[in-house]
Design a binder for this molecule. Structure first.
Ligand code: CDP
Ligand code: CDP
Length: 224
């Protein structure tokens, strides 16, 4: 069997994982897998089916039946929920909160992890999320734990939303970020934590390009 390369990027909300992973993927010609999108799609499923995120059994049954698939168009990830392209629908702050709520469920995680491992078996990937280095790709060639101060993350999100013409409150964003991190770090199943063998990168005062360049360098060193 052909060996495929893999890079795992984990870290809290708004650390820069997706932006940086996309850059690295382009440079190395890897597939970028946004695993957060999968939990967001399950959040959407729960909303559509009127299932409370605490109803683990109902949620588990709904997820088992659901068809979640990733497709790549012009190397951009598209996510489908039961045949419908939900790539844009999952991008709201509300969907992020729902994602974090449904992501606690064991049945949800098991199915998502299976799909993610399957993708990594057939392609060179850079995957970002919360449990990639610890659970999904324990043998990744490189693991990065990307962080930035909550204040900096809130400022960046605020700027991003404001530029899109979405009105928002920076204190509110920071509060949401801290609450979501707490929930992700303190759940029983696959909590967010740095894998022992992950390289910690604090990008509070680094540009996206600087972080991407250092990840590429770390990867090249790891596989040389
Ligand atoms: O994927 P994740 O939630 O970790 O973060 P992101 O959506 O990639 O990044 C959040 C925002 O921070 C984006 O607007 C990035 O462009 C910005 N960012 C930045 O300006 N400098 C960095 N070093 C990292 C992220
Ligand atoms: O972009 P942002 O960092 O705000 O979030 P995301 O990566 O889209 O993930 C949304 C939520 O899904 C997170 O807050 C986690 O609760 C959950 N998630 C997870 O549990 N495991 C992953 N591998 C990825 C996301």
């Amino acid at each position: 069997e052909q060996k495929h390369y893999s890079i795992a990027i984990d870290g809290p909300a708004g650390a820069g994982k997706s932006t940086i992973a996309k850059l690295v993927a382009k440079e190395l010609q890897f597939i970028y897998v946004d695993t957060g999108a999968m939990y967001r799609a399950i959040g959407l499923l729960a909303v559509k089916e009127g299932i409370d995120s605490n109803e683990e059994e109902l949620l588990g049954a709904a997820v088992k039946k659901a068809d979640i698939s990733l497709k790549y168009e012009d190397s951009r990830q598209q996510i489908y929920l039961n045949g419908e392209n939900v790539t844009d629908d999952i991008r709201t702050e509300e969907a992020g909160k729902m994602a974090s709520a449904v992501a606690k469920a064991k049945a949800v995680r098991e199915k998502m992890v299976d799909i993610q491992k399957g993708i990594a078996e057939s392609s060179d990937v850079i995957m970002d999320g919360r449990d990639i280095g610890t659970v999904v790709l324990p043998f990744a060639d490189l693991k990065v734990y990307l962080t930035a101060d909550a204040k900096v993350r809130a400022e960046r999100r605020f700027k991003e939303l404001t530029e899109k013409g979405i009105s928002c409150n920076i204190e509110e964003i920071e509060k949401d970020i801290i609450a979501r991190d707490y929930q992700d770090m303190n759940r029983a199943v696959s909590p967010l934590k740095k894998a022992e063998d992950a390289v910690a990168l604090d990008c509070s005062s680094m540009t996206i390009e600087e972080v991407a360049a250092s990840i590429i360098q770390l990867f090249q060193k790891a596989v040389s």
